[in-house]
Design a protein. Structure first.
Length: 414
């Protein structure tokens, strides 16, 4: 019995030590229910007493010597065994009582104010005052889910930035969420304002080019200083930065190479080159290959000389960014259908940047009325700039000598 009892006692002692470790840990405020029940005084007492009595009865019956002997010997042996068992039993009960007294510190102390149970009823006033914060979604298809939690996004929206146009662009949403307004955004907004970008235009500017918020401030300052060194005044720089939002993302080397390209390809002076990119700053941020291709088309396919091309692009810089197919189609109609020579087209280059349908409708209406005369040496001459620039009502009265209703009726026949 003693061996098995020691085994039970050892198991109980290990559980008691584990309970003391838990109760001494200040960070653990609660105790598992199963462990707490196991360490309750009445539970362990009842378990050990029952186990002890079972073992006592079993050992008591097995301790009687059934070997053949005389009655006196059996009686003496029986009384001796009973005395030993009773003595052992009293000793074990005394020890068990002492152990029960030591169980008091095992139960850990609980906090006085326990949290509300999950289904505990609360008053309506308490329910109204409970604030539940919505966690940020780990992934989302829209930046709207993060606006209320991000100071940067909130203030960008107030500036007029259209997040719906940015969230679909690669890497933009993640970049904006990583930005800190005070550290990353504020200084760049003040910089843009100092450069000359209008406050009302900042939202549209950042919607077009949000990547400027990740540009190094020192590099931005260097690019402005480079433009100043090239004799661009403050008004010109303001117009260039506002007209081409990606301009300040280009390094000083790239800006210098692009200015040199236009000066060399078009044979322009420094002042004319400066005027060209000031009027159309997107020339510095657009594709140079596309510009090279259009210049090649004008020289080879359309037959313009270099000085004619230079005059046309300095008067209408948008020709360098226009579609090659559009320029070719308009020129073909002007030169081959309307029989207008190169030098007249060069004199009024804006005609190449006009909608093809507008030119065709007006020419056919004038031809229908017998007034399609584009030779300056002939009477009733109609210049190309008036042909394409006048509104419909003025065109009808001044050039066609007809009514607007006549023109609209003619358009229906086309």
């Amino acid at each position: 019995m003693s061996s098995l009892y020691r085994c039970i006692y050892s198991r109980w002692t290990s559980l008691r030590i584990f309970g003391l470790v838990i109760s001494s840990n200040q960070k653990i405020k609660t105790m598992p229910v199963a462990l707490y029940s196991l360490h309750s005084q009445s539970g362990i007492h009842r378990f050990l007493v029952q186990t002890h009595l079972q073992l006592r009865n079993c050992n008591f019956s097995s301790s009687i010597d059934h070997s053949p002997s005389n009655k006196d010997g059996n009686t003496v042996q029986f009384m001796e065994n009973r005395r030993m068992v009773n003595s052992k039993h009293n000793h074990d009960l005394t020890e068990l009582s002492t152990l029960d007294d030591d169980l008091q510190p095992i139960v850990p102390e609980f906090d006085d104010a326990l949290p509300l149970a999950l289904f505990e009823e609360i008053s309506e006033e308490t329910a109204v005052n409970i604030e539940a914060s919505t966690p940020l979604p780990p992934t989302s298809f829209t930046l709207c889910d993060y606006v209320d939690k991000s100071e940067t996004l909130t203030k960008l929206v107030l500036l007029g930035v259209d997040l719906s146009k940015l969230q679909g662009r690669p890497n933009v949403a993640n970049m904006l969420l990583r930005l800190d307004f005070g550290r990353d955004v504020k200084d760049r907004l003040l910089f843009l304002k100092d450069v000359g970008v209008d406050e009302d235009f900042l939202g549209a500017f950042l919607t077009t080019n949000p990547f400027i918020l990740s540009e190094d401030m020192e590099n931005l300052q260097k690019r402005i200083q480079y433009l100043q060194s090239k004799k661009f005044n403050k008004e010109a720089i303001s117009r260039m930065v506002s007209g081409a939002p990606y301009l300040l993302n280009f390094s000083v080397e790239r800006l210098d190479n692009r200015l040199a390209f236009y000066q060399k390809e078009l044979g322009l002076s420094t002042q004319k080159t400066r005027n060209l990119v000031t009027r159309l700053p997107k020339l510095l941020t657009g594709s140079l290959e596309s510009v090279k291709e259009k210049l090649k088309v004008c020289r080879i396919e359309l037959g313009f000389r270099d000085n004619e091309i230079q005059h046309m692009v300095t008067c209408v810089p948008k020709l360098l960014l226009a579609s090659k197919s559009k320029i070719t189609r308009v020129f073909d109609y002007l030169h081959n259908v309307m029989e207008i020579p190169h030098h007249l087209i060069t004199k009024f280059p804006q005609v190449l940047n006009t909608r093809f349908l507008r030119i065709k409708e007006r020419h056919l209406f004038l031809e229908h009325l017998g007034r399609a005369q584009y030779d300056p040496s002939q009477p009733n001459y109609i210049s190309l700039d008036k042909l394409v620039a006048m509104p419909d009502d003025v065109f009808c009265v001044t050039l066609a000598k007809a009514t607007l209703l006549d023109f609209k009726t003619f358009q229906k026949t086309l």
